[in-house]
Design a protein around this ligand. Structure first.
Ligand SMILES: [Zn+2]
Length: 133
């Protein structure tokens, strides 16, 4: 099972064996940095650049490491999306951009939604309709 995480805008590869690499800005303190998310959905361990400060409740602007495409959702900037390719299937992974807010949705083309963390089951279908499939 090889998982590849991609930028939904430029198609650039975001993942390697260490995790999913993203650029972030913490708007509250106007700091930029890099984070690495786990490729395992529902695992909320995050590696971040040592100088990047944050506290629970801070909201990040998340962007792609290739062309700085902003990954926060247009309709809900407290969430961001990446593309997951796994076993020949493509899905969207939506995750919270708020520190300490552990929720993730795996949204498949057939509108099947898997929830992780504190995700709200009612929200999945609504998110599905926001993507172009
Ligand atoms: Zn991109």
């Amino acid at each position: 099972m090889k998982k590849k995480f991609l930028c939904p805008h430029c198609g650039g590869l975001l993942s390697d064996q260490n995790g999913v690499h993203l650029n972030v800005v913490n708007g509250r303190i106007d700091q930029k940095g890099k984070i690495i998310l786990s490729k395992e959905l529902g695992n909320y361990e995050v590696k971040k650049s040592p100088l990047l400060g944050w506290q629970n409740g801070d909201q990040l602007t998340v962007s792609c490491i290739h062309k700085k495409c902003v990954l926060n959702l247009v309709n809900d900037s407290k969430k961001a999306a990446v593309v997951l390719q796994e076993d020949g299937k493509t899905s969207r992974i939506v995750f919270s951009t708020v520190i300490g807010d552990h929720l993730t949705y795996k949204i498949e083309k057939d509108a099947h939604v898997t929830h992780y963390g504190k995700a709200n089951p009612n929200e999945g279908k609504d998110l599905w309709s926001q993507f172009t499939w």
